[in-house]
Design a protein around this ligand. Structure first.
Ligand code: DGL
Length: 273
């Protein structure tokens, strides 16, 4: 049994993703738990993960976890659906005793609670959609739900470029979402943490009346429950800025952070993977 020798309450929450996508989770955690310290790693040297093989994604997952473990986190949030779908067990094994929450199950369970007509659309990276992990997680909760999935690989580079309301994003969204629009879904899961950055365009393209599920909000709720139940909430009443780490181009990450988080330009540390 491992003995924890540091103060868990004051320890940070470790969060990682391939790039800026996980910042949607950081934002949701800050809103729900403003006094928690956060250490965030974006693997900007190897983004995107979605078109890569399962072998590569599992290696990245182990590397990303090892980087966060240097900061003695009290828990890890896998703010990446691709890793949650294909390598959650790798993260759990690499971090030993501390709890791990992945975005995928949180998003799936929120969608099941929301749908009225039992028809849920899921969009995600190639790897996430091919793994069928969302359909499995949703049908485990309710076997009668029909899940219609669509990979949208170009959404990740568009988000990484900051093309939030760009005509190119609209064009790509029209292309990817045309078939989904004919499927009479009432709920659409943004099954990639980069996609909430493009939420406005995605929402306009699928049309009003479809409830959009952002797994970041679901994961923040789950995190808050976990820390409360295990008495691990930070008792400090002081909000702190997240410690940001990337594996390449810290300045670009800092610019995008400022754009998406609406904050001052943050310091970003470069780490080797
Ligand atoms: N944002 C990640 C996800 O939720 C990874 C996207 C990628 O790097 O392709 O799947």
């Amino acid at each position: 049994m491992s003995v924890v020798s540091y103060d868990l309450n004051k320890s940070p929450i470790g969060i990682f993703d391939s790039g800026i996508g996980g910042l949607t989770v950081v934002k949701a955690i800050q809103a729900a738990l403003p006094f928690e310290r956060i250490v965030y790693f974006g693997d900007t040297a190897r983004v995107p993960y979605g078109p890569k093989s399962q072998v590569a994604i599992r290696k990245y997952a182990a590397d990303d976890t090892a980087i966060l473990m240097r900061y003695q986190p009290k828990m890890i949030i896998v703010a990446c659906n691709t890793v949650s779908a294909l390598a959650l067990d790798v993260v759990e094994k690499s971090c030993g005793h501390i709890p791990v929450i992945g975005v995928l199950k949180a998003g799936a369970s929120m969608a099941v609670q929301v749908t009225k007509n039992q028809r849920i659309g899921v969009i995600g990276t190639q790897a996430t959609i091919c793994s069928n992990a969302y359909a499995c997680a949703i049908n485990e909760l309710d076997a009668d739900i029909e899940v219609i999935s669509q990979a949208c690989p170009l959404f990740v580079p568009l988000a990484e470029e900051g093309f939030v309301n760009h005509p190119a994003t609209k064009l790509v969204a029209e292309h990817y979402l045309a078939d989904l629009r004919k499927e009479n879904i009432d709920t659409l899961v943004l099954g990639c943490t980069h996609y909430p950055i493009l939420r406005q365009v995605i929402g306009e393209t699928v049309g009003s009346g479809i409830r959009i599920i952002d797994s970041a909000e679901a994961v923040a709720l789950k995190t808050s429950e976990l820390l409360t139940e295990s008495a691990m909430l930070n008792r400090s009443q002081k909000a702190s800025v997240p410690h940001l780490l990337v594996s390449d181009l810290p300045q670009k990450f800092s610019n995008l952070y400022q754009l998406f988080m609406g904050s001052e330009q943050p310091d970003v540390d470069l780490v080797e993977v």
